[in-house]
Design a protein around this ligand. Structure first.
Ligand code: UDP
Length: 318
């Protein structure tokens, strides 16, 4: 296959690109580096099955040659990024999705949308099955991401129903691992970077809010299987083992051996209190479930960030 991956220099996009290349496919990677990083694809430059286009998918995009798949992974995805880039976030979820769907239609390619557990907002149903419609504040600070992705899902289904495009939608739950940016702002990277510097661990609120963290190799495996054999309705891909933020802070301190204290900081507005995927659909239709537990995944992620200590990447703030 020859596939286009938008956001190919991002955290998930680059791991997904590696996965397609490893299976013998060709990848056209597209990224504008507003939150992605050239380091994530440096090892692919010069590979005969990888080409790269530096471009913003929110603007008209021409891609030469045949394509079998278009995977739309471009978007700011960390709360601090989409708070800083609210218009770009709305544009890439709306105009970017429209452009990516247009490419898929023109090339008769399968379209794959990277959606998010944020479509469930601050959920009133727990755990969240795909049939839950969510509890989203459209005008709050997170609305720019949540509503962009909800619109992207609606547009994807419209192209499926009206134009017969073969489509997939994955709802991605909190994912972590190597290639996250040190100052990405998300909880796993923040805590590890803080612990490696023996700096205070910034727990927002009282740390009782929960998340279910999926290691990146598990997430990419689920996405790859969904692309290959899933159906058009949304599918949750995430790790259903739930932790409090405080538990994560304690685990990071234990595994790094840091002398950091845990300090409380204000809880961001509309921060979801709980989040945990119901993965029955992925288990039954894709035969997929995660295999890397949090302890093992955090250890591997600590090693990645240890490798960045003392390099310019550790100074790059968002
Ligand atoms: N969080 C925290 N300290 C940090 C960063 C995040 O306590 O330095 C909390 C945040 O308030 C949320 C959870 O960790 O409850 C996950 O936040 P993240 O930004 O990773 O992703 P989200 O799931 O909110 O999109």
């Amino acid at each position: 296959m020859r596939v286009l991956i938008t956001g190919a220099a991002g955290f998930l996009g680059s791991h997904l690109t590696d996965r397609f290349i490893a299976d013998g496919h060709s990848v056209v990677g597209l990224d504008n580096f507003i939150t992605g990083h050239p380091d994530n694809i440096a090892h692919l430059i010069g590979h005969d099955r990888f080409t790269f286009i530096r471009h913003n998918i929110s603007e008209f995009t021409y891609v030469a040659g045949e394509l079998d798949g278009v995977l739309h992974f471009a978007s700011p995805a960390s709360p601090i990024d989409y708070l800083k880039l609210p218009i770009q976030t709305l544009k890439v979820g709306s105009l970017g999705t429209h452009n990516a769907l247009g490419i898929a239609l023109a090339k008769k390619a399968r379209f794959f949308l990277a959606s998010t557990s944020e479509v469930y907002g601050d959920p009133l149903v727990h755990p969240q099955p795909e049939t839950y419609w969510g509890n989203v504040n459209p005008v709050g600070p997170r609305g720019v991401y949540d509503e962009a992705k909800r619109f992207a899902e609606a547009l994807t289904m419209a192209y499926h129903r009206s134009h017969g495009v073969d489509t997939r939608i994955v709802r991605i739950f909190n994912t972590y691992g190597p290639r996250m940016r040190p100052f990405d702002g998300r909880v796993v990277s923040n805590f590890i970077v803080q612990a490696l510097a023996n700096a205070p661990i910034t727990m927002y609120g009282d740390g009782s809010q929960t998340r279910s963290f999926c290691y990146v190799s598990d997430e990419v495996e689920g996405i790859y299987r969904l692309f290959m054999k899933g159906d058009a309705q949304p599918t949750n891909i995430g790790n259903p083992v739930e932790f409090t933020v405080r538990q994560l802070a304690e685990l990071v301190i234990e595994l790094t051996g840091a002398s950091s204290a845990i300090v409380s900081r204000p809880l961001p507005e509309d921060d979801p209190k709980v989040r945990k995927p119901d993965i029955t659909k992925a288990r039954t239709t894709l035969g997929w479930e995660p295999s890397v537990d949090l302890r093992e995944g955090v250890k591997r992620t600590i090693e990645f960030f240890r490798g960045l200590v003392g390099t310019p990447r550790m100074q790059e703030r968002a």
